[in-house]
Design a protein around this ligand. Structure first.
Ligand SMILES: NC(=O)c1ccc[n+]([C@@H]2O[C@H](COP(=O)([O-])OP(=O)(O)OC[C@H]3O[C@@H](n4cnc5c(N)ncnc54)[C@H](OP(=O)(O)O)[C@@H]3O)[C@@H](O)[C@H]2O)c1
Length: 354
């Protein structure tokens, strides 16, 4: 079987993760990535043997890199390009993808109009089958959509109110804050609620957001009105058994986003990422026809499996479950029980105890 040829445009927080994830797929080949300016990430790409292409200008990159060609040369070699440039550069780069007739995925920072459809694999995979332009929604919209879809399938969700406690910036960005303030977002609803409608258009979602001085994860406090009497145990069971969601608990001494970051590192996930949306068991409650829950979103990594599934959908794979299974297996996300990639040795039970 011929592999899907994938190029990554923009090798920053999201792009470097997608490039690594593509390399892990049995049915994909990473053709190369683009560099905009020289930095240590480009050195690492070269150490990994990933061909590096430049954009319109070389920007002095040739002094430190062996360049494989320009953007058009990369795009010409690809079946699908995943554009991970900072918004709104994706929309600007689209002219090149259109000119060369190559499919492209855009990220959540771009306006939804950049693509024919927006994407969260567990919610609307089928809408992207054979499409040319798809937008994988933002980390927050992905998180809200994944968990709300579960409740919607169980009981039918009519109305959602959510408060997003947003990380200020990513860990590597030293030029942004706040460092000692909580900053309310002066936009009601915040843009996240309307963005969820690009995925789950029938649910009335209203979001408010504040930005806090942390770089680790976002938190969402959510209440969802449903059409049938919700069953707490059924909800917990469904959340626990759904891939790409992870139910954690205070019993395990996981009581903060810092513990989740440590968990990702202890499980041996690349970069200490946590691609699952994490929900606290003690933070799930029901009252009358309303479900309440708290979840944490690792902004740098939850969209990575989505991009991989979007590639397969655009290349015509019709079976969403099969795509997600391949992605989950390759990335170590296994049916709600996230496996450590570190080799396990069987422990012999102590004699006399069996
Ligand atoms: N970070 C997150 O938490 C997160 C989560 C979900 C979705 N997203 C979305 O993903 C997209 C990328 O975000 P990011 O956080 O990965 O950004 P980032 O870390 O700033 O990386 C962007 C990369 O694109 C390069 N670049 C700059 N201008 C470019 C251009 N015109 N064409 C191609 N590449 C260009 C940058 O190079 P230089 O550094 O040399 O300028 C950098 O390597 C955005 O739409 C964002 O909203 C981000």
């Amino acid at each position: 079987m011929e592999k899907i040829k994938v190029g990554v445009v923009g090798y920053g927080t999201i792009g470097k993760r997608i490039a690594d994830a593509v390399i892990l797929q049995p049915d994909m080949e990473l053709v190369g990535v683009t560099a905009h300016s020289y930095n240590y990430r480009i050195d690492i790409a070269q150490e990994k043997g990933i061909p590096v292409f430049y954009l319109e200008e070389k920007n002095g990159l040739e002094k430190n890199c062996k360049l494989a060609g320009n953007l058009k040369a990369l795009v010409n070699k690809c079946d699908v390009v995943v554009d991970c440039s900072p918004s709104p550069c994706g929309a600007e780069n689209k002219a090149v993808y259109e000119e060369l007739g190559v499919k492209a995925i855009f990220q959540g920072g771009e306006k939804s109009e950049v693509a024919q459809t927006s994407f969260v694999a567990q919610c609307n995979y089928e809408k992207s089958i054979n499409k040319d332009y798809v937008r994988v929604v933002s980390c927050n919209t992905t998180g809200l959509s994944r968990s709300l879809k579960i409740l919607d399938d169980l009981y039918g969700v009519t109305k959602v109110n959510a408060t997003l406690i947003r990380r200020a910036t990513d860990p590597g960005q030293v030029n942004k804050g706040p460092i000692n303030a909580i900053v309310p977002t002066m936009e009601l609803p915040s843009h996240h609620g309307p963005d969820v409608l690009t995925i789950l258009p029938h649910i009335d979602v209203f979001t408010m957001a504040v930005v806090v001085p942390t770089t680790i994860m976002h938190m969402h406090n959510i209440s969802a009105k449903v059409t049938k009497t919700p069953d707490l145990e059924e909800i917990k069971k469904k959340f626990k058994s759904t891939p790409r969601l992870r139910v954690v608990s205070a019993k395990e001494k996981i009581t903060s986003t810092a513990h989740l970051a440590e968990l990702g590192r202890d499980l041996g996930y690349s970069r200490g990422d946590m691609m699952d949306i994490c929900l606290w068991e003690e933070g799930i409650a029901v009252k009358d026809n309303e479900v309440f829950f708290m979840q944490a979103v690792h902004q740098e990594s939850d969209v990575i499996p989505e991009n991989i599934d979007a590639i397969r959908a655009m290349m015509g794979m019709k079976d969403a479950d099969m795509s997600m299974e391949i992605t989950n297996t390759s990335l170590g996300l296994m049916n709600g029980k996230k496996k450590s990639k570190i080799q396990k040795t069987e422990v012999e039970p102590e004699k006399g105890l069996i």
